[in-house]
Design a protein around this ligand. Structure first.
Ligand code: EPU
Length: 467
């Protein structure tokens, strides 16, 4: 494959990804889930890339289907691994879940007529923390819910104490035993809940619990993320009475029953943001389509500060990265502030900006795992507690790197797109949790990127143990 890149001094430069002997990811005999990305940097991204539905809106929406016996039809569901995990979770409880892709256009129909097992087990919760989103809807609908405690994760401790405290306020009796939290309540009762700190899935979980509670619930210090407002839009179509979702005070008048509904999930603002940074970093001319620019305000403002030229028009953002980038500090905050889910990608951009950028992470205590991998590629980054000081501009060079979590993986992909030579990113199963066919989408706009598989080790004489 030959891809045209920058015209330099009248001379056209071509970058070619050599046809190596690497095994395609779907070859029989490759280790399942151990795919890698091979990326050769240097090509500006040109053309149009389409954004999928928001994973973090789709996950609570699927959980909301537990609140009714009738079918809930969700459109614009992204084809990512977390959605498949949630499907398994709902099926284990007894729900019928059809997941249609291709011509069925990313649609899912969930029917929770009979729920036999109101439980989210450890095996699924440990692979996806958002499984805890079933706690509220299950206790509201069934009077009981048993959910494995998620434990810590790569980016922080991430407890669910605020979900539990809120459910207690709504009248649930909580017991914690053998790593599981169990909530019981014959019928939840409306209450006043003030969140000690802002929590996205906590707000969503308690909103789903309160819609079937008796009486009024007022929740203060709520998350204002667009995903919370999208969930409220779905619940309202199902018959819930909710005011103020998307603001810090949400009022809910409980109803006794909810019905089925059809709802289209909002575009993924983090996937959109990742592509916008890719366009800016590679000096491209990229149209990021099917997104919601209003949800990207903090990112777009920050990128303009760094010198990126942007034009938002309807449901797309055009990014022109033809000038030098200037350093700019960033500090993550709850929405509408700069998203923690864009911090790692911004750090990749900061390595290519002239000057020092201070990146402060305020939401999670351990979300700089990508920094050391970027340093291996040549970045100059110093971590001081919650702050990362990125000194640019540094030439990045391709290297073997390890993805540690979803957004860290995205940051490594971005760095690889501008690095000199070839980068191999290991553990891309992290990126598959939340980005739909990212290699195909980026290849479609000129990136040299492919997915390869890792062959199972060959048997050597004696039987291979499986302990
Ligand atoms: N927190 C508590 N107690 C709680 C809940 C949260 O102390 O009961 C703390 C957390 O430890 C964290 C802060 O509050 O320090 C904010 O956490 P939040 O609850 O808002 O995070 P989350 O709901 O678990 C969602 C997204 C994350 C995103 C965060 C912050 C989903 C499924 N996940 O997580 O997305 O980073 O909000 O915006 O919506 C991702 O997509 O890569 C991802 C990690």
């Amino acid at each position: 494959m030959v891809i045209l890149t920058k015209a330099q001094g009248g001379r056209r430069i071509y970058n070619v990804l050599p046809d190596t002997e690497r095994v395609p990811a779907d070859t029989p005999g490759t280790l399942k889930g151990m795919d890698k990305f091979v990326i050769r940097g240097g090509n500006p991204l040109l053309g149009t890339v389409r954004v999928s539905g928001a994973k973090n809106a789709a996950l609570p929406a699927m959980a909301a289907a537990l609140l009714t016996e009738e079918p809930v039809i969700l459109e614009n569901i992204p084809q990512v691994r977390d959605i498949e995990t949630e499907r398994k979770l709902l099926v284990e409880m007894g729900a019928e879940v059809e997941l249609g892709y291709g011509r069925a256009q990313h649609r899912t129909t969930i029917c929770a007529r009979k729920l036999s097992r109101p439980e989210a087990g450890y095996d699924l919760v440990k692979t996806m923390r958002a499984s805890t989103l079933v706690l509220g809807p299950l206790v509201a609908r069934m009077g009981v819910a048993r959910v494995s405690l998620p434990g810590g994760c790569a980016i922080g401790a991430r407890p669910i104490n605020l979900h539990i405290k809120g459910l207690e306020k709504l009248g649930a009796t909580i017991t914690t035993e053998h790593g599981y939290v169990e909530a019981r309540a014959p019928r939840l009762q409306g209450a006043e809940i003030v969140f000690d700190r802002i929590t996205v899935t906590g707000t969503e979980d308690l909103m789903m619990a309160a819609v079937l509670a008796e009486g009024e619930t007022v929740m203060e210090n709520c998350a204002r993320e667009p995903e919370v407002a999208d969930l409220a839009a779905l619940l309202t179509k199902m018959g819930a009475k909710i005011e103020g979702a998307g603001t810090s005070t949400i009022r809910i008048h409980g109803v006794s029953k909810l019905s089925g509904a059809r709802h289209r999930i909002i575009p993924d603002r983090i996937e959109a943001g990742t592509f916008i940074v890719a366009g800016a970093l590679t000096g491209g001319d990229l149209m990021v389509s099917n997104c919601e620019p209003r949800h990207l305000t903090a990112l777009l403002q920050k990128l303009e500060e760094t010198g990126v030229k942007l034009k938002a028009d309807g449901d797309s953002v055009r990014v022109l990265g033809d000038g030098p980038l200037r350093a700019a500090d960033v500090s993550t905050e709850e929405y509408p502030g700069f998203a923690t889910d864009m911090q790692a990608q911004y750090m990749a951009l900061a390595t290519q900006a002239d000057g020092s950028s201070i990146v402060t992470e305020n939401i999670f205590e351990n979300r700089f795992m990508h920094a050391q991998e970027l340093v291996r590629m040549g970045a100059n980054i110093t971590i001081e507690g919650r702050r990362a000081i990125v000194r640019g501009k540094t030439l990045l060079s391709g290297a073997a790197v390890l993805a540690s979590d979803l957004r860290a993986s995205a940051s490594l992909v971005l760095a690889a797109l501008v690095a000199d030579g070839e980068t191999i990113i290991d553990r891309v199963y992290h990126i598959d949790r939340g980005y739909e066919r990212i290699e195909e989408k980026l290849r479609g706009v000129g990136a040299q990127m492919k997915r390869i598989g890792e062959m199972l080790p060959k048997r050597s004489g004696a039987a291979v143990g499986n302990s």
